[in-house]
Design a protein around this ligand. Structure first.
Ligand code: FES
Ligand code: FES
Length: 156
């Protein structure tokens, strides 16, 4: 069955079964491999994308459940104000180690910053708790989110 969904502002059509995970559609149908497969069970956060701005695990989101929601992926998050700040802070602080978890981390952090321009430690812990990093980059992730939030302050 054909499903048309809006990905990064563009309508894309995939001819797949309705229970196909959005993650597979992104990676295998559209070749958008920035979104990663980790656990496939909503436990690691590697596959995080945004649905209408809300961080969502694409591994357990079926294509037929997306409907008219706007899908944003790591390929386009840098075009949003929060995503741009987060990516700059990630580069400035050299957050990434192996990198596998990082697109998911950036998607969760960008959603946090978009909804809360000045998150505290508890806000960061809450928003990022579902994103696992086997390399243990948590300290740098926290600092990068705080740096990105400071840039909100300077502009405000
Ligand atoms: S691959 Fe989706 S949460 Fe792990
Ligand atoms: S940077 Fe390696 S898993 Fe997070």
């Amino acid at each position: 069955m054909a499903f048309t969904i809006k990905i990064n502002g563009v309508d894309r059509t995939a001819d797949v079964d309705g229970d196909t995970p959005l993650l597979w559609v992104l990676r295998d149908v559209f070749g958008m491999t920035g979104t990663k497969f980790g656990c496939g069970k909503a436990l690691c956060g590697a596959c995080t994308i945004h649905l209408d701005g809300t961080p969502t695990r694409s591994c357990i989101t079926t294509i037929d459940s997306v409907g008219s929601a706007a899908v944003t992926t790591i390929e386009a998050i840098g075009q949003t104000p929060a995503g741009q700040k987060i990516q700059k802070a990630w580069r400035d602080l050299d957050v990434v180690q192996c990198g596998y978890c990082q697109s998911g981390q950036i998607m969760s952090a960008s959603a946090l910053l978009a909804s809360n321009p000045h998150p505290g430690d508890a806000d960061i812990d809450d928003a990022m708790s579902g994103n696992i990093c086997r390399c243990g980059t948590y300290v740098r992730i926290r600092e990068a989110i705080k740096q990105a939030a400071q840039s909100n302050g300077r502009e405000g």
